[in-house]
Design a protein around this ligand. Structure first.
Ligand SMILES: [Zn+2]
Ligand SMILES: [Zn+2]
Length: 229
């Protein structure tokens, strides 16, 4: 009997002929279904849930003063208490096995063919200090688990935790990203790029990453986040 790596409950064995030779599942259906998007009124650009009296998304309005908009923003799941707890287990407690969970949910919503449309899939990195502390690169590890090819072109400088800064401080802060100069030459005008991060909150981090890339070439950039706050 296999147990689900996320919730630790037993996964029933499937005894039909098609499953005898396939690998045992390690994540139960219940956990996979918990990564979901609520059907509700959302910002057409960034998919933020809008309250009843909101007609425009204030985040998008604010960002449009400083940044180009993304072509498309995609996400896998709402950032509810349950997803928040799993991301915490993965990133802060270092339960690296959960990369299988995020990879499974990612591919369920965006099959491999979705990623083939892009010239490059580029993860948004954490700072080197935080990566060292964690011992693994959290977005890359999920992409490897999902067998999605990526290029780590962006490098994060050391920065204060975003939550410790006000919105205006964050805008005027230097861009926290640079481009790995050894890989810069792979970018060409007109390329389609997909940026990937784990959580999309106000979109400021994603737009900073996008700005660094757009500064180099005329690129068509989409954004995909695992969880949308
Ligand atoms: Zn489970
Ligand atoms: Zn928006």
């Amino acid at each position: 009997m296999t147990k689900c790596i996320v919730c630790n409950t037993a996964i029933p064995m499937e005894f039909d002929i098609n499953h005898i030779f396939s690998k045992n599942k390690v994540i139960c259906e219940h956990c996979i279904e918990k990564a979901y998007r609520l059907e509700t009124r959302r910002c057409p650009t960034c998919h933020k849930k809008l309250t009843e009296d909101e007609t425009v998304c204030l985040d998008c309005q604010f960002l449009s003063q400083y940044f180009e908009p993304f072509n498309h923003i995609f996400f896998v799941s709402d950032y509810d208490e349950w997803i928040k707890a799993q991301i915490h287990r993965y990133k802060s407690d270092g339960d690296i096995l959960l990369s299988k969970y995020f990879a499974t949910c990612l591919l369920k919503n965006y099959p491999k063919s979705f990623f083939y449309k892009y010239d490059y899939v580029i993860p948004i990195p954490s700072s080197i200090e935080r990566q060292k502390l964690r011992g693994f690169r959290h977005v890359e590890t999920i992409l490897e688990e999902a067998k999605i090819k990526y290029e780590s072109i962006l490098v994060a400088k050391h920065r204060m935790k975003q939550s410790e800064l006000s919105k205006i401080e964050r805008i005027h802060q230097d861009n926290p990203f640079t481009i790995d100069c050894e890989k810069e030459a792979i970018l060409k005008d007109g390329m389609h790029i997909l940026l990937i991060d784990d959580i999309y909150t106000t979109g400021l981090t994603a737009h900073h990453a996008q700005k660094v890339l757009l500064h180099k070439k005329k690129l068509n950039i989409d954004m995909l986040a695992f969880a949308r706050v």
